[in-house]
Design a binder for this molecule. Structure first.
Ligand SMILES: NC(=O)c1ccc[n+]([C@@H]2O[C@H](COP(=O)([O-])OP(=O)(O)OC[C@H]3O[C@@H](n4cnc5c(N)ncnc54)[C@H](OP(=O)(O)O)[C@@H]3O)[C@@H](O)[C@H]2O)c1
Length: 377
């Protein structure tokens, strides 16, 4: 396989490749070509991550591209998956193939170095793109990643690779939770009143901006030191969750079409007096249950909890939904437009280099995020 990249300098250190000229780079990806990655060989803590050469991932579908990763972000899901979270359910889309060694990392920004025959003219070799990798695929904590053409967009002109990648997974999660599980796609977002629990983190800051760009009324919940940040994103009203009267104050604000829980608050802790249409949590018990009780037992136990939460007295219309990141191409096109128009801007909590990736995860583990942690090559 030969890849021509005109007038591009790659920072890729693929072993077994030949650089044929300094200006025009021609890379031969041989059978044994290698790139460096952080991988998990057995589930556990952050110290299970191992850095080393991996075989360049194969493009299996003709509409996929191979990307030289320049930046990625770390997400709570990476920490969870490091400990084996989701290993039972994710085996279904993986066709029950061996999941280890596993490369984590859900989003990326980088340069296309190879494209399949059906990628078409929308993307070419050397294009700078950003995008995501679905949860069951090998991820972006690597120098190279394979992505589907439906899951990438051109890197926004005004943003760096770190800024671009910081917006992908968190904003797509906010979009999925609000538009699909919160049903804004059908009902329309304009004028919706939304309460965001955890408005200062990666998903929360994205959700505030996404909703404000659609003329929604947004109330956020965060700790006092994050209030200026959430205010700067346009939130109409902010509650400090450490204020002893916070629960009562939310009650007096009236009806919310959606309550988005990005703070592991939990439906059991939502006061009965709060008035809302749909409560969407990003921390459902589904994957924990299937890991604990197996596929069938876990699904049955989860169905039981879901039905119990949604069993309401006649006349009560409150609905409980479990929100997940969805790898939606149309969702990504939608948020890409907002990002390109400056309606959603990046918020970087801290930046690390690729060889410090475990430190980035340790930082995430400490909590108190204000936006995203990014990792650059
Ligand atoms: N299901 C999915 O597909 C999916 C996808 C993405 C994320 N998630 C989940 O969604 C959650 C949010 O993700 P994230 O990336 O935004 O996490 P994050 O960046 O760690 O943000 C969490 C934020 O919540 C704040 N917080 C903590 N306790 C709070 C409380 N009681 N009330 C209000 N705010 C509180 C934290 O700041 P302080 O502690 O300083 O207040 C922090 O700013 C995580 O639990 C993650 O696992 C699920």
């Amino acid at each position: 396989m030969f890849v021509n990249i005109a007038n591009k300098t790659l920072n890729l250190t693929i072993r077994g490749c030949r650089k044929l000229s300094t200006n025009k780079v021609k890379i031969k990806l041989q059978e044994n070509s290698k790139a460096n990655a952080w991988q998990v060989h057995s589930y556990g803590g952050i110290d299970e991550l191992q850095y080393g050469p991996i075989r360049i991932p194969q493009i299996r579908c003709s509409d996929e591209v191979l990307i030289n990763v320049e930046a990625t972000s770390v997400n709570p899901i990476d920490l969870f998956m490091l400990g084996g979270y989701g290993k039972t359910l994710f085996q279904i889309p993986r066709n029950f193939e061996m999941e280890l060694p596993l490369t984590l990392g859900r989003d990326f920004c980088g340069t296309i170095i190879y494209k399949g025959p059906q990628v078409g003219s929308a993307f070419g070799i050397g294009d700078k793109v950003y995008g995501f990798v679905p949860i069951h695929k090998q991820g972006s904590f690597s120098e190279v990643v394979v992505a589907n053409k439906a899951h990438i967009c051109k890197q926004p002109k005004d943003l760096s690779p770190a800024e671009s990648t910081s917006l992908v997974y968190a904003t797509m999660t906010a979009w999925s939770a609000l538009y699909i599980f919160g049903n804004l796609l059908c009902k329309g977002a304009k004028g919706a009143r939304v309460l965001i629990l955890g408005a200062s983190g990666g998903v929360g800051t994205a959700a505030v901006q996404l909703l404000k760009s659609q003329d929604c009324v947004v109330h956020g919940v965060c700790s006092d030191n994050a209030i200026p940040l959430v205010q700067s994103l346009g939130a109409d009203h902010i509650f400090d969750y450490k204020d002893p009267n916070y629960l009562k104050k939310v009650e007096t604000e009236g009806y919310y079409h959606i309550i988005l829980d990005c703070a592991k608050f939990g439906y059991d802790n939502v006061p009965k007096s709060w008035k809302f249409g749909t409560y969407v949590t990003l921390n459902s018990p589904l994957l924990i249950n299937t890991d604990k009780f197996g596929l069938v037992g876990g699904l049955l136990s989860s169905a039981n909890t879901f039905l119990k939460d949604n069993l309401k007295p006649p006349g009560e219309k409150k609905c409980v939904m479990w929100g997940f990141f969805l790898p939606s191409s149309s969702g990504f096109q939608f948020i890409h437009k907002l990002i390109s128009n400056g309606k959603i801007r990046p918020l970087i909590h801290k930046e690390f280099k690729f060889d410090e990736l475990p430190c980035a995860l340790q930082e995430l583990q400490k909590g108190h995020m204000r936006g995203k942690i990014v990792v650059t090559h």
